[in-house]
Design a binder for this molecule. Sequence first.
Ligand code: FAD
Length: 343
Amino acid sequence: MALEEYKGVFIFAQQVDNEISNIAFELLGKGKDLAADLGTEVTAVLVGSGVKGLADQLAEYGADRVIVVDDPELKEYRTEPYTHAIASVIDKFKPDVFLIGATAIGRDLGPRVCARVHTGLTADCTSLDIGDFPLVAIPGREQKHNQLLMTRPAFGGNTIATIACPDFRPQMATVRPGVMQKKEKVAGAKAVVEEFNPGFTPNANYVEILEIVKEVSDVVDIQDAKILVSGGRGVGSAENFKLLEDLAAAIGGEVSCSRAVVDSGWKPKELQVGQTGKTVRPHVYFAIGISGAIQHVAGMEESDIIIAINKDETAPIFDVADYGVVGDLNKIVPLLTKQILAA
Ligand code: FAD
């Protein structure tokens, strides 16, 4: 593999029902920074049926170029034709870096594509940088420059690993939704749009979709919330979450929780913040009766302002909190709600 032939940062612009998923804009935001560090451009790969019209949105969020693979076989996501589409793009355009969102689709697609094009994949990354690998010079070992350094929790979240792929291209990663920041939208920005169709054999060995049943849920998406009032085991019971719901209602926020709460059956999994839950980045994050385990902190530490309420002054949550209140949540939370409503 001639590594120097591989150029540019590519992102998979996931769309569902011809609507671009938020993760595509987040990947463009990060891809733009990586491309700047490498002195190259960022390309979005848009795959689907009748999707060409979506290219302008990708340009407005930073894509320099959009490669459109448009074919009736790509109407709904299916592993085989999408793998064929992306692997063919990689074979033809030879990207240096290829990023995919760690969504349900991306987690299925990423490993398949890597196996097809004979490279590696670092899954579920929480941070990406350009730098030297190995990270420090080791006598007798060649240090390569301008490598993609892919960081992710490892060993059950007990350590953070930085991984590189120095000998194969593209350097591929799936990236957790909600971790990277999208750039400000530049209305009217334009990208070079290039159509590419490697050819698809209708229904050849493909899964046939008979029906799509959409899950109906009245649970809010906590990744969209500007204020989160998050409760942990210290809240004590499902019923006692009423205190947090009242606070959230008073300040226009939403309720989320730790894994201990989900495991106790007090709240649904969709509201879980953390390594095995959702990564959130609200303006204000209340951590109430949450100890601050590393797996929880991994999902909320990028919040703008963190306010912790805990009766244990040594709780690790205070290490990441901007403001901390040591005391019994059963007393403090109703008082806070009362003060806010009175203000
Ligand atoms: P606890 O650790 O039990 O803390 C409860 C806190 O409440 C304590 O600090 C206590 O002082 C305080 N408290 C009690 N009563 C009161 C009161 N009356 N007033 C004020 N404070 C009070 N966890 C997650 O949250 N999200 C994840 O995604 C996640 N993923 C994981 C993945 C793996 C592989 C593993 C191994 C673990 C994961 N965990 C995750 C679990 C994590 O390690 C912790 O067990 C969990 O976060 C603890 O939840 P908690 O803080 O609510 O409970």
